[in-house]
Ligand binder design. Sequence first.
Ligand code: CP
Length: 304
Amino acid sequence: MESKNLVSITDFSKEQILHILDLAEAFEANPNQDILKGKVAATLFFEPSTRTRLSFETAVNRLGGKVIGFSDASTSSSTKGETLKDTIKMVSNYADIIIMRHYLEGAARYATEVSKVPIVNAGDGANQHPTQTLLDMYSIRKTQGRLENLNIVMVGDLKYGRTVHSLLMAMKYFSPTFYFISPEELAMPNEYKIICQQNNIPYYEMSAFSQEIIDQADILYMTRVQRERFTDLVEYERVKDLYILHNDMLENSRENLRILHPLPRVNEISQDVDDNPKAYYFQQAQNGLYVRQAIISKVLGLID
Ligand code: CP
């Protein structure tokens, strides 16, 4: 099986997405294996991360591989002016796979053009976060028993939120109905609404986080308003706390409802939700380990 990159969720077909989810199930049942013995993974994080980097590094360690890299680009030679091109060319001399997060949209795609080894996009600016999407889909399938015909409510920063962009693009195969809840300034970009239109996917946009919408949701996907993407901090202060989910808002919600959040959260999910059985965000992050084991195995061509 050939190795390949994972830069956008569109790099994988519907069948490949489902295959990753099946592989992840097998890794969840048996997370400690030796299939990466002798392999080195580089994690290059030009932007902060807790879950993505640590779950990728755990995935490599649990599969018997070794990890090199940096979690803070200020400790790398990029501070001396080294270009991304040179950094990637160099690291691809050392590692078998590069897992990278970068603040520039398109950085991961560019890296594939200069790398000798597969590139996995761990987030590029406000563009894409495809490995988060695969773990989101794994979490959806695991909690709902299916991916098809779900009411998915996305709340918060839909403009800069790369996780909702990737998730929308992947769920297009599964006949969802989307509800986009955001202030006008943080609305879902047109290009993603066009994808819905092209795929006959109904979507509804609104600025009110109403009880009626919560009560018909199967998945409530909360997101953080991303301060780091704002040039005007006054604007950020104005929108940052517009949507806060409290436990009493879930009283009449569907039995199967699950609350997802890519994390980190700031204020958008009140801590009183954490003990509600419908809160799934911490298990969602745990699922990231198994899904990333599957992704690494797949892009390195180690598993058919
Ligand atoms: N979900 C996510 O990307 O979290 P981190 O920023 O902590 O990696």
